[in-house]
Ligand binder design. Sequence first.
Ligand code: AMP
Ligand code: ZN
Ligand code: ZN
Length: 307
Amino acid sequence: MRCTKCGRRAVINLRAHRLALCERHFVERFLEVVERAIRRYSLMSRSSRVLVAVSGGKDSLALWDALTELGYRADGLYIDLGIRRQNYSRISKEKAEAFAEQRGLRLRVFNLKEEHGFAVPELRRGSREVCSVCGIVKRHVMNRVALEGSYHVLATGHNLDDEASVLLSNLLRWNLELLARQGPRAEAWHPKLLPKVKPLCLLTEKETATYALVRGIDYVYELECPFSAGATSIAMKEALNRIEEHSPGTKLYFYTQFLRHRTAFAGERPSAEAVECKNCGLPASGEVCSFCRLLLKSRLRGEKGDN
Ligand code: AMP
Ligand code: ZN
Ligand code: ZN
């Protein structure tokens, strides 16, 4: 397979775009698409101070690399959830640290156990919903660190496969409220919240993996959290990949056309009440935010044991 642009050996075949690209032209195009998403969806400006949430996986490290290449000022944040099974937290932290060190970038590490006395396995005890705890913790910590560090915007590594699969699952349930909120930029609805952006939303998982490989980024392969149920999102991704196989370009079209017509769902946005958590002061839907509720419950159980 030869590069459509220069005839050198191609590293990727993008059937959706009828393009085969060599290393150089692939990297060039990848960066262009990141920049296009940033501009088209007004994700950030040149002067924005960006905090990239990095998990040690290919997507978030590729994102950090691309933003830096494009000249954005981006620091990283790794949240150590204290998951010991399969050495999950230790290995992913090492990858994030090694990446930052090699490139002379600033990585902030937030250790949940050191800061709050509990790691995720302890917070999860007695909780019914398998994966919601990680989500609550990550959202809270990302926002808090970004706020304290005076960043303007918080970026995550969600790619097109992630976004399209969430879209499909929201549509299958006709969850209008979630549909109204889904998109590459979530606005801050409170002064103590930061806008959250997804600059990789127009690039597939195959593209982010190839970018990471070509750029020599060492990442955790099996990043699926050992506690993740993950079944729904995997089923949605498989379904979309099968459709994509049959009609290349569908995934991208599905997502970008949704974004064009998204205002149709805008009326479904619930009016957010600006209440501040009694405990931590960050915005909450009740008196105490869901993160602080998790901590309080664990304290009541007195479980400070090992995970
Ligand atoms: P996930 O929810 O695991 O699919 O991850 C989605 C995004 O959240 C990643 O692309 C990262 O930007 C961010 N993220 C996930 N885990 C962590 C972590 N432990 N620390 C910082 N950011 C994370
Ligand atoms: Zn080429
Ligand atoms: Zn709180």
